[in-house]
Design a protein around this ligand. Structure first.
Ligand SMILES: C[S@@+](CC[C@H](N)C(=O)[O-])C[C@H]1O[C@@H](n2cnc3c(N)ncnc32)[C@H](O)[C@@H]1O
Length: 192
């Protein structure tokens, strides 16, 4: 935390941490920028393929029994986990009856998630994970590649709601059939 704050002090061009605090209290936009320093954004599509395979094989059959489904992706970062679930749900024929609620405290990451655009060079790993997770087609069926980037289909996005929400300080977000909250609680202490 100290190292990250020291970096922010340097990048924001203020002499001390107290000066940074003073500026942040006055400027909400700066507070949002500070999240880039205070949160870890590492993510990957179909990260830990066995998790997504378990969702496909053990959870989807249960979800099939509901006429409408709500999924909450809590702490979505730049959206890789969301897009993995959206693709999986489309493939399993339940995307049409699902609404995905996607939250994070980092507004910048949420914007990224909403755009659904990733560097093309990351797609080799994502595709490998997708197949290991039981993917039935080719991941490239779901995105459009151009100018060195892959953009996920906008049709897939029509059932996604993005919202700024803190698991630590905001109240209960919604009742959902499935909550996917991965690699977030590891940053919390016991009280949180
Ligand atoms: C390492 S990423 C995990 C991304 C994704 N869930 C995955 O597993 O690939 C951790 C995310 O948790 C978010 N986060 C940290 N504290 C949070 C909080 N109190 N409420 C909501 N999101 C939080 C961070 O902004 C970051 O985007």
């Amino acid at each position: 935390m100290r190292r990250r704050l020291a970096q922010a002090v340097q990048d924001f061009g203020v002499p001390t941490l107290s000066h940074l605090q003073e500026r942040i209290l006055r400027d909400p936009a700066l507070f949002a920028r500070l999240f880039q320093y205070l949160t870890v954004q590492v993510s990957e599509m179909f990260r830990d393929p066995s998790y997504f395979r378990a969702i496909r094989e053990q959870v989807v059959p249960i979800l099939h029994t509901y006429p409408s489904i709500k999924v909450w992706v809590a702490g979505c970062s730049s959206g890789e986990e969301l897009w993995s679930l959206v693709v999986l749900f489309a493939e399993e024929g339940i995307a049409d009856r699902t609404v995905f609620y996607v939250t994070d405290i980092n507004a910048e990451a949420l914007r990224f998630a909403e755009n659904g655009i990733y560097p093309l060079e990351r797609m080799a790993l994502f595709s490998q994970n997708y197949l290991a997770a039981g993917g039935k087609r080719s991941l490239s069926d779901y995105y459009h590649a151009a100018y060195g980037a892959a953009k996920f289909s906008q049709t897939l996005k029509s059932r996604v709601v993005f919202a700024d929400h803190s698991l630590a300080t905001d109240s209960v977000f919604l009742e959902a059939h499935l909550v996917s909250c991965r690699n977030v609680l590891i940053y919390f202490d016991r009280a949180l």
